[in-house]
Design a protein around this ligand. Structure first.
Ligand SMILES: Cc1cc2nc3c(=O)[nH]c(=O)nc-3n(C[C@H](O)[C@H](O)[C@H](O)COP(=O)(O)OP(=O)(O)OC[C@H]3O[C@@H](n4cnc5c(N)ncnc54)[C@H](O)[C@@H]3O)c2cc1C
Ligand code: FES
Length: 292
């Protein structure tokens, strides 16, 4: 992970999203699909924490070598501030952070399922998979036409693409989960990748488990530090040997996980808080009841 004082090359809007391109050769050099950037905010209480964005594009070669692009939807203090940053101003950026998506060695038919801004990192993945000769099909969902992320880029990057919108303003009406089974069959998917909201990721996990399809998902958990120190971003992940689970940090142990090992009920808060607390190590102080 490197820290860069990165000049903004451009800050453009596409439908409901903004795309920021920055010059950061030290980060672009090693950035892989699935990893993310941590962007410092200006000083002030509301801006204490850095904000995190998936890497949508990293150029290591050609005329734009050394640049990175990330995309976001403007909805809070931080994204509001970012949306107003102009070309030639500078951002304090850390990256690339986290585990990238793994590429299949032999399997060739890859179905990528994205919702909302999740399409940003999956388009980057699509590009890399295609460069390795894999077949890529895309299933892209959003709440409406405005929130379908760069549809023309999606078409360019995939063998086939299906768009789903909740209001039917583009493609079919419904969610990506409604179309998942048909699309997996039609494209003879051998591996699934997904990025988007938690509920959608869980649907993809259920589907891939039921079909025995290998899958990888990129999660977004609220992050304090963003580089492994604070444990605010944990996801309960079952151990390989079946001996329980570990609260893994989405920032450095993820954000890419095998969905078959995520304990979805615990992560989504559908179990009691007591069950969610991992067993503390031997000898650590244990608070048995909350003080009055
Ligand atoms: C690994 C990762 C990748 C992400 N990639 C993208 C992306 O590519 N595009 C995009 O639009 N958003 C992405 N997000 C979500 C993005 O970080 C938040 O939307 C953003 O931090 C909101 O900041 P804000 O100040 O505008 O909102 P506010 O609501 O004012 O934020 C207040 C605090 O809550 C945190 N927060 C708010 N919403 C989220 C959220 N959904 N997830 C995590 N933290 C949140 C903020 O970081 C901040 O600390 C990603 C989050 C993570 C963890
Ligand atoms: S955000 Fe601090 S450990 Fe992950």
């Amino acid at each position: 992970m490197k820290r860069a004082r990165a000049e903004i090359l451009s800050n453009r809007s596409y439908g409901a999203y903004h795309s920021v391109t920055i010059v950061a050769p030290e980060i672009a050099e090693t950035a892989r699909p699935g990893q993310f950037l941590s962007v410092a905010m200006p000083e002030g209480r509301a801006f204490l924490l850095r904000r995190h964005f998936s890497i949508h594009q990293s150029s290591r070669r050609g005329g734009w070598a050394g640049t990175l692009e990330f995309t976001f939807e403007q909805h809070g203090h931080g994204t509001d501030w970012l949306a107003h940053q102009r070309a030639h101003s500078f951002l304090d950026v850390l990256g690339p952070i986290g585990t990238p998506f793994a590429f299949p060695r032999r399997l060739t038919n890859c179905l990528l399922v994205a919702e909302g801004h999740g399409a940003g990192s999956l388009y980057f993945l699509a590009q890399e998979l295609r460069a390795q000769g894999k077949r890529v099909d895309l299933l892209v969902g959003a709440r409406d036409l405005e929130h379908v992320f760069k549809p023309i880029e999606g078409k360019r990057l995939s063998q086939t693409v299906a768009f789903m919108t909740a209001d039917g303003s583009m493609g079919e009406r419904g969610s990506v989960l409604d179309a998942l089974s048909g699309m997996a069959e039609q494209t003879r998917a051998q591996v699934l990748y997904a990025a988007g909201p938690q509920q959608m990721l869980r649907g993809v996990a259920d589907f891939s488990n039921a079909r025995g399809l290998p899958a990888q998902i990129a999660v977004e958990e609220r992050m304090g530090c963003g580089y492994g120190l604070c444990y605010t971003c944990t996801v309960p992940v079952a151990r390989k040997d079946g001996s329980g689970y570990d609260p893994l940090r989405a920032c450095v142990d993820g954000p890419v996980f095998n969905p078959a090992r995520v304990l979805w009920d615990q992560w989504m808060g559908e179990r009691s808080a007591e069950e969610m607390v991992p067993t503390p190590p031997e000898g650590s102080p244990v608070v048995r009841s909350w003080p009055d």
